[in-house]
Write a protein that binds this ligand. Structure first.
Ligand code: NAP
Length: 234
């Protein structure tokens, strides 16, 4: 992976942190983007961090252009940052709905839009979106989360067709429950048994496999589930 320089959004925690660790261990250069990097302080010479709130769309052009200017060799994006919000739709304010969709859908689209011209100039690129099983089927109390993940999946499928002629590969990974900090502010979590949630390092290994595929082959979508789905409600 020594030829890879990859922007990982949400690198400070959970799945993004595991992906970052695997990429660094394989010799790739990683550009981590999150609001709070103190949660993951990996002092690795190939790990550069940028602090940004992806909800602030007006700042994204500035930050992504700076990342490109500082790291001309950038050739990949793991578009991963996100959070969960579940419950009856009427419990969410309009501001909460707007903010949720901004981070979990619009920010992924805008970061892609800002990076794709650079990948096109370089005639190489890998984009991997962190989707969810919630992008495969609508679930009770999942109206916002499913809307964002279905939208992200549609975006991934569509953009893949638009940019494959420029040697840019696009993949979306759709995991079921993964044991991360994602559940800290939610009213449910996976069961305690190891079989009840995916280890985030398994997602990281999946990302490595997708990236290692011969350039002529695209892994379009991958669905992953815990062996035994058990949900604990608070
Ligand atoms: N865990 C699961 O069961 C599961 C299952 C399927 C899909 N996913 C998806 O996987 C992705 C990662 O989730 P995770 O499980 O790794 O959760 P996590 O441990 O809570 O990590 C979320 C990451 O997103 C970043 N982030 C959140 N809001 C942000 C903002 N406004 N601006 C910039 N970065 C922000 C966080 O960094 P800061 O807080 O430092 O900003 C953190 O690094 C999400 O898209 C989630 O929907 C998770």
């Amino acid at each position: 992976m020594k030829d890879k320089c990859i922007l990982v959004t949400g690198s400070s925690s959970g799945i993004g942190r595991s992906i970052t660790e695997r990429l660094l261990n394989s010799g790739a250069k990683v550009i981590g983007l999150a609001r709070d990097h103190s949660k993951f302080t990996n002092i690795h010479q190939n790990y550069l961090t940028y602090q940004a709130d992806l909800n602030d769309l007006s700042n994204l052009k500035l930050i992504i252009n700076k990342i490109i200017k500082d790291n001309d060799e950038i050739n990949g994006l793991i578009s991963n940052a996100g959070y969960g919000a579940f419950g009856p739709l009427e419990n969410f304010s309009i501001e909460q709905i707007n903010s949720f969709i901004t981070l979990n859908l619009t920010a992924h689209i805008v970061v892609s839009k800002l990076l794709i011209p650079h990948f096109k100039r370089k005639k190489i690129g890998n984009i991997i979106f962190m989707g969810s099983e919630a992008g495969l089927i609508g679930t009770k109390n999942g109206s916002l989360y499913c809307s964002a993940k279905f939208g992200l999946r549609g975006f991934s499928q569509s953009i893949r067709n638009d940019i494959s002629s420029s040697n840019i590969r696009v993949c979306i990974i759709n995991p079921g429950m993964v044991r991360t900090e994602f559940f800290e502010n939610l009213s449910f979590s996976p069961g305690k048994d190891v079989t009840n949630a995916i280890n985030p390092d398994e997602i990281a290994k999946t990302v490595m496999n997708v990236l290692a595929m011969e350039e002529s082959t695209v892994v379009e979508e991958i669905n992953l589930s815990p062996l035994k789905k058990v949900v604990n409600f608070l």
